[in-house]
Write a protein that binds this ligand. Structure first.
Ligand code: DGL
Length: 280
C-alpha cells in the first residue's frame, strides 16, 4: 500500500532530471520530492540497455526503500532502455517515464520536418521508434545523437566554445534540412535551450516535455488518491551517488535549493538501511 506522505522519487544519471524536478515542484508544490542523481555512472547515453537496466533497477530499489510513492524516470536514456523492465520488476509502483516529445512536435511543425536531439541510447531505443510509428507517419523525422552534450551540462560548460561547436555540429544540419521544430530528447538539454536557439534561429520551436511529464504525475496522483494531505512544509531532498560537494555546486548554479543534499552508495545494503532512517 503506497504511503501518501512518502516522496515522489525522481531519477536521472545526473542533474538533467532537475529540468523535470522543477516542473513537478511547480505543479505539485505540496509534495515531498526525492531526487536521485546516479552521477557515479554518468553519462548514461553511451551505455548498453543491459547496463541501464541494472543501474536503474538499483536506483529505483533505493527510492522505494525511501518510501517513494511514484517514480519519475527523469532520463530519456534510462526510460528508453529500462522502463518496460522496471514495470515488470516493480509491478506495484506507478512509473512515469520520459518519452521523446514527437507527438507535440508533429502538431507544431509547418515544414513537415522535425528533428530529435537525444543521446545515442535514446536514439537506439525502441521507445522512440514506437512514438514515431504512432505519431509521425506523415512527417520527416531527423534523428540526431548528441554525444557529449549531457557531459557539457554536468561539467557546467554551457557557454564554452567546445559546447557551442558541438551544438552547431548537431543542430545546423537539421535546420539546413528544413526542420522547424526540435525535440529536446534528453533531460539535460533544456539547460542548453538558449545556446541551441542561437544556432537554430528564432523561427525554430524547441519542445521540452517536462511540463507534460509533471502534468502526468499530477493526473496519476489525483486518480489514485495519492496526493499528500499534510499542511507541514514539503521536503526536497537531493541525493547523488557521486561527489556531494560537486553536486551541491551544480544545484546552486541551477538555483535549486534543497532541504538536504546527500551522497550515497546505495548498492550496499548497509547504506540502504542508513539512508532509509534519514528520510523523515
Ligand atoms: N538526462 C539523461 C537523458 O535524458 C541522460 C544523459 C546521459 O547521462 O547521457 O537521456
Amino acid at each position: 500500500m503506497a504511503d501518501i506522505d512518502g516522496p515522489i522519487g525522481l531519477f536521472d544519471s545526473g542533474i538533467g532530471g532537475c529540468t523535470v524536478l522543477s516542473e513537478v515542484r511547480r505543479r505539485l508544490p505540496n509534495e515531498h520530492l526525492l531526487y536521485l542523481a546516479d552521477q557515479a555512472h554518468c553519462p548514461y547515453g553511451p551505455r548498453t540497455p543491459e547496463e541501464l537496466c541494472i543501474l536503474t533497477q538499483a536506483g529505483v530499489s533505493w527510492l522505494i526503500q525511501q518510501r517513494a510513492k511514484l517514480i519519475v524516470v527523469a532520463c530519456n536514456s534510462a526510460s528508453a532502455a529500462a522502463l518496460g523492465y522496471l514495470r515488470q520488476v516493480f509491478p506495484n509502483m506507478p512509473f512515469v517515464g520520459m518519452v521523446p516529445a514527437v507527438k507535440p512536435a508533429v502538431l507544431a511543425t509547418r515544414t513537415g520536418v522535425i528533428g530529435v536531439l537525444a543521446t545515442p541510447a535514446t536514439i537506439a531505443g525502441g521507445l522512440l521508434q514506437t512514438v514515431m510509428n504512432r505519431y509521425a507517419r506523415d512527417v520527416q523525422v531527423l534523428l540526431q545523437p548528441c554525444e557529449g552534450l549531457a557531459d557539457a551540462v554536468e561539467s557546467g560548460g554551457l557557454n564554452t566554445p567546445a559546447t557551442r561547436d558541438l551544438i552547431t555540429t548537431y543542430v545546423a544540419p537539421l535546420v539546413a534540412a528544413g526542420a522547424d521544430t526540435l525535440v529536446l530528447g534528453c533531460t539535460h538539454y533544456p539547460f542548453l535551450a538558449n545556446q541551441i536557439r542561437e544556432v537554430a534561429g528564432s523561427g525554430v520551436v524547441l519542445i521540452d516535455p517536462a511540463p507534460a511529464i509533471a502534468e502526468q504525475v499530477a493526473r496519476i496522483l489525483a486518480s489514485q488518491g495519492m496526493n499528500r494531505q499534510s499542511d507541514h512544509a514539503p521536503m526536497l531532498c537531493c541525493v547523488t551517488t557521486g561527489d556531494r560537494d560537486t553536486f551541491s555546486e551544480q544545484l546552486a548554479r541551477l538555483q535549486i535549493a534543497p532541504c538536504t543534499i546527500q551522497e550515497t552508495n546505495y548498492v550496499l545494503e548497509d547504506s540502504l538501511a542508513t539512508r532509509h532512517a534519514d528520510w523523515p
